[in-house]
Design a protein around this ligand. Sequence first.
Ligand code: ZN
Ligand code: ZN
Length: 251
Amino acid sequence: MAFFTADLHLHTVLSGCAEGEMLPEFIIERAHALGLDLLAVTDHNACENAAAMMRAAQGTGIVIWPGMEVQSREEAHLLCLFDSLDQALAWQATVYASLPPLKNKPAVFGEQVILAEDGEPIGYNERLLATSTMLSVDEVVRGVAELGGLCVPAHVDRPAYSVIASLGFIPPDLDIPGVEISHLLGPKEARTKFPQLTRYGLISGSDAHRLNEMSRRTTLKMAHRTVAELRLALMGKCDRGVWVDGIRTTP
Ligand SMILES: [Zn+2]
Ligand SMILES: [Zn+2]
């Protein structure tokens, strides 16, 4: 068992709202400076820059999980985390088939830059990515699990674009071991404000849209850096665990 410092919520230049500096080599450099061991790349409704992130991390000792931040039809954001690029790409096909056929308006929503595996920009994604898919929260959780991934509802304390904001609560039958809290509050405050969080493990990704927002608040005790291990860690199973700001958050 080992301790891993993680930031499991990061945007690259594929997210129109992210700064132009959110490029793989700079993200890895910043992660290295922060002492991060594990990152997830979670652009809005797309994973087209995951390959470039994985390539940039090669040889650094940092592990990258390809993923995305899906917006459900209820307007809730959900982190979808995978071990392999093939799993993430399969999920992306489902998500793209569930997005409305709208075009991005770069002047309003920002440019959505696609990077080749070597990190060079090769064009723009012309779909509108920053919008709701037709998938329900439940369909996202089940669809990601069917592919071997793990879904973690994002920034559940936020007053918009979160499961709690959209549905009013976290459906108790939703098959999730944990949720993400935002950078705005600590785990104790989160559970005071939302008592239902007591039954979930908590992580806190940075949701960085610029380099200086990246953070190392989350520590995972796991055997390996795999999403199956994260599931066990969020449940506090078999000597695994999760900490945010040094506070153990497993139920
Ligand atoms: Zn979000
Ligand atoms: Zn985000």
